[in-house]
Write a protein that binds this ligand. Structure first.
Ligand code: ZN
Length: 487
């Protein structure tokens, strides 16, 4: 199906910068006097419009020497293979951190922090500003207008929709990219910019300014207040998205099934947790003496090691509307393999705590076997264990279980690319929560002993909680989100 594309112009924006893109995806051409630089090629279908626009402005695509890409997403790069057919001499530039997104070509040059790209009379400074993607780059150059010099710039990765959890999950983008996005904004706010160039037309109101150009006394693209205003609006958009998500996508992790009611690590107990309204399960994993990975908690250890544990009968009827007695279910402790097979198709998150050293590779292999990487988070109290599993499979999400929640941890967790911190509930304060969120680190509480703590952790805006009474938490979430109920 053809994409709906609306051509804008083409037109000269300011000095030697020309707009040759569409409303949906911007492309800018810079005439350096010794060849052309094209920034972003748009969609595959946009390539024809860009070529046509260049022709209308009297440029020959064979003069393109450099194609710069602000980041790797298809709406900025899919036009490149076609462009290269008409511009065989062009060298393509992109941060290699974004190579995974590309279709149909391999870039020639890796853009790095502080690189200056020179051609003819043009010098473009590249700043590494990740977040929107792992390798988004921003471009800065000087332009002249009416005898004055102005600084023009493009923030190469401005959208916040790609920093929503659903998108990040689907595309295996680490949550930490949110932290990088906030850092990039802080950094770009320090740069004075008079002319904002958008890589989508709505960012700098390309169309409205183009329409004003004929009658305006001064070039409407010269608008020094716009840059900071726009950056700050992105910052608050992402803060808003994250705040909404921590409420709407709050994860209610049943631990040991629903341990306040049914303190056993059986498959049935986990299912009961889900029936009570949990949308996550947390389980501990360790190896039996026979080398099998099993779900584990303190009282099952006895059973694993051969000693008999006591199991008391419990009726579920009043809790979740179905009746089962402990005596009715198998006493067998589920293996991690069985557990993943059972829950792989449920729309829930599975948190797996590594309870001993040396099981990292096997846990990673099972996650891969069941293709549940996107719904798993692997945690441990020991940083070495989670570092190990991350080294085995870089795309596995990892969480650090911690009794404390010191802000000094942030730098360390960021460096280790840890997506989540799981502190003791009593350690969470609104200030700490905000600091971890700004770094793009999810916060899931454990050790929630009573309902009052449960409510205060939820109210503060944490992302999840491991509880022993998932039904009470589920009720509270519904109570706090009355609009959700009506939908
Ligand atoms: Zn993008």
């Amino acid at each position: 199906m053809a994409r709906e594309l609306t051509k804008i112009g083409p037109f000269r924006m300011i000095d030697n910068i020309y707009f040759v893109g569409t409303k949906e995806a911007s492309s800018h051409l810079i005439d350096t006097g010794e060849g052309l630089i094209l920034i972003d090629t748009g969609y595959e279908e946009t390539a024809d419009i860009v070529l046509e626009s260049m022709g209308e402005l009297g440029f020959d695509p064979r003069d393109i020497k450099i194609i710069l890409h602000s980041h790797g997403h298809y709406d900025h790069t899919d036009g490149t293979p076609k462009m290269l057919k008409y511009a065989p001499e062009a060298k393509t530039y992109l941060s290699f951190k974004d190579i995974k997104y590309l279709n149909g070509f391999t870039p020639d040059c890796d853009i790095k922090e502080g690189d200056v790209i020179r051609l003819g009379r043009t010098e473009i400074l590249c700043l590494f500003t990740p977040g929107h993607t792992e390798g988004s780059v921003s471009f800065f150059l000087n332009v002249n207008d009416g005898g004055e010099t102005y600084r023009a710039a493009m923030f190469g990765g401005a959208g916040v929709n790609q920093l929503r959890k659903a998108y990040m999950h689907k595309n295996e983008v680490p949550y930490l990219c949110r932290g990088l996005f906030f850092d990039s904004i802080e950094r770009l706010l320090e740069e004075p910019v008079d002319v904002m160039i958008g890589n989508h037309s709505w960012q700098n109101k390309t169309i409205q300014k183009y329409e004003k150009m004929a009658t305006a006394e001064k070039n409407p693209f010269i608008y020094p207040a716009e840059w900071a205003k726009y950056l700050l609006s992105l910052k608050s958009s992402l803060e808003r998205v994250m705040g909404e998500e921590s409420r709407k996508l709050f994860l209610n992790y049943a631990h040991r099934g629903a341990s306040a009611y049914y303190p056993e690590n059986t498959m049935f107990a986990f299912e009961a947790g889900l029936k009570m309204g949990a949308n996550g399960i947390e389980t501990d994993v360790r190896k039996t003496k026979d080398g099998v990975l099993v779900l584990f908690h303190d009282s099952t250890l006895e059973r694993v090691t051969g000693e008999t544990g006591s199991v008391s009968d419990y009726t579920y009827e009043q809790l979740c509307g179905f009746t089962v007695k402990c005596g009715d279910r198998s006493d067998k402790i589920p293996t991690l393999d069985e557990f993943l097979a059972r829950f792989r198709d449920e729309e829930i998150i599975l948190a797996i705590e590594l309870k001993e050293d040396g099981i990292e590779a096997e846990v990673a292999a099972l996650i891969s076997k069941h293709d549940v990487r996107k719904k798993c988070i692997v945690t441990a109290f020991e940083l070495e264990r989670i570092k190990k599993i991350k080294a085995i499979d870089h795309n596995i999400r990892i969480g650090y279980l911690s009794h404390s929640m010191d802000e000094e941890l942030i730098a360390k967790l960021t460096e280790l690319e840890i997506d989540q911190i799981c502190p003791k509930a009593s350690e969470i304060t609104p200030e700490r929560l905000a600091a971890f969120h700004r770094a793009g680190i999810d916060v899931r509480a454990f050790g929630v002993r009573d309902e009052e703590i449960m409510r205060s952790v939820y109210d503060m805006g944490a992302d999840g909680m491991t509880v022993n009474f998932p039904d009470k938490l589920a009720e509270y979430i519904v109570e706090m989100n009355p609009a959700e109920e009506q939908e």
